[in-house]
Design a protein around this ligand. Structure first.
Ligand code: AMP
Ligand code: FE
Ligand code: FE
Ligand code: ZN
Length: 284
C-alpha cells in the first residue's frame, strides 16, 4: 500500500480551525500517513504538532507557507523542513505577520466607514490562538455579524483582492523568498501557482526565475487547479526539472478541502527529505 502523503495544511495559528494537535489527530482519522503543517507565515504551531504526531504515531513534515507577491500578483511559497531559527527567514516571516495587523485594521476601518457592522475587537474575537491574522478572520467576524453566510461568500465579494475594501500587506518577492527558504536549509515548492480567483496569474517565467533561485517543486494537484491547470503545472515542472506535489490545503471548517484529497508520491517525499538540512522529518 502506498502511504498517503498530504503536504499542505493550516491550523488555528493561522487561518485553519483545528489546533495543531487537533489537525494531527484529524489527519490520522483521515488515514494520512505523512502530514505537513504549513501555516501562513509562522512556524509557531510546530512544537504542538510534533508532540501530537509522536503521540498519534504519524509522520510530520514541519513547514511554512510564505505569503509573497510580485507586481500585485500573490504567490504562496511552501518551505519544508526549514530551520526556524534562521535569522533571515524568521525576520521576514515576522515582518509579514506584523504588517498584517495594520493591514487588516485598515480593511475593518473601510468596511465600518461604509456602515458594515464590524469592529477590530470583533475580528480579534475570531482569532483566539492566531499568530498570523488574515482576511479569513475578518470574514468570520462578518459572518458572525450576519453580513455573509460563510467565508466563501465574503471572499467572493467584499474581501476579494479586487474589492475596494482590499488592502495589501508586506510580502516578500517570490524569488527572494525562495532564496530565504533554501538558505534556511529548507525545500521550496510553489503552492497552487495557477489557481483562479487571483488578481493575475503566475507566469511560467516567474516560476523559471524561482527555479534558478533554488525552487524544487510545483504543487500541481490542488483543489483550486482545473485539470488543464494541473497539466500546465506538470508540464512546466518537467521542463524546469522540478518535481510536482499534491496536497489538500486543509483549513478545518474554514474551507471545504478534506485531508488527503490530493496526495504526493513517496519518491517526492524522499527527495524533499534528502534535500533538506534545516530540521528532520519526524517519524513515529
Ligand atoms: P490573506 O493572506 O490575509 O490575504 O488571506 C488569504 C487567505 O484567505 C488564504 O490563505 C486563503 O486560505 C483564504 N481564502 C482565500 N479565499 C478563500 C475562500 N474563498 N474561502 C475561505 N478562505 C479563503
Ligand atoms: Fe489560508
Ligand atoms: Fe495558499
Ligand atoms: Zn495554504
Amino acid at each position: 500500500m502506498t502511504p498517503m502523503i498530504d503536504l499542505h495544511t493550516h491550523s488555528t495559528v493561522s487561518d485553519g480551525t483545528d489546533s495543531p494537535s487537533e489537525l494531527v489527530a484529524a489527519a490520522v482519522r483521515a488515514g494520512v500517513d505523512v502530514v505537513a503543517l504549513t501555516d501562513h507565515d509562522t512556524t509557531i504551531g510546530w512544537s504542538e504538532a510534533a508532540e501530537a504526531a509522536t503521540r498519534e504515531g504519524i509522520a510530520l513534515v514541519r513547514g511554512v507557507e510564505m505569503s509573497c507577491a510580485r507586481g500585485g500578483v500573490s504567490v504562496h511559497l511552501l518551505g519544508y523542513l526549514v530551520d526556524p531559527t534562521n535569522t533571515a527567514l524568521a525576520t521576514e516571516l515576522e515582518l509579514t505577520r506584523d504588517d498584517r495587523v495594520p493591514r487588516l485594521q485598515a480593511m475593518v476601518d473601510k468596511l465600518a466607514a461604509d456602515g458594515f457592522p464590524v469592529t477590530w475587537e470583533a475580528v480579534l474575537d475570531e482569532a483566539d490562538d492566531v499568530t498570523t491574522l488574515g482576511r479569513p478572520h475578518l470574514a468570520d467576524a462578518l459572518v458572525r455579524a450576519g453580513v455573509f453566510p460563510d467565508r466563501e461568500t465574503a471572499f467572493q465579494s467584499h474581501l476579494n483582492s479586487r474589492s475596494p475594501y482590499y488592502v495589501g500587506h508586506h510580502a516578500a518577492d517570490p524569488v527572494a523568498a525562495t532564496r530565504l527558504v533554501v538558505a534556511a536549509g529548507g525545500v521550496a515548492v510553489i503552492a497552487h501557482p495557477f489557481a483562479g480567483m487571483r488578481r493575475q496569474a503566475v507566469t511560467d517565467d516567474l516560476v523559471a526565475e524561482m527555479a534558478r533561485a533554488g525552487l524544487s517543486g510545483v504543487e500541481s494537484d490542488h483543489r483550486d487547479h482545473t485539470p488543464a491547470q494541473r497539466a500546465r503545472a506538470v508540464d512546466l515542472a518537467h521542463r524546469l526539472g522540478l518535481f510536482t506535489t499534491g496536497s489538500s490545503d486543509y483549513h478545518g471548517t474554514g474551507k471545504p478541502n478534506e485531508l488527503g484529497e490530493n496526495t504526493t508520491s513517496p519518491d517526492v517525499l524522499a527527495a524533499i527529505e534528502e534535500r533538506a538540512t534545516g530540521v528532520e522529518l519526524l517519524r513515529p
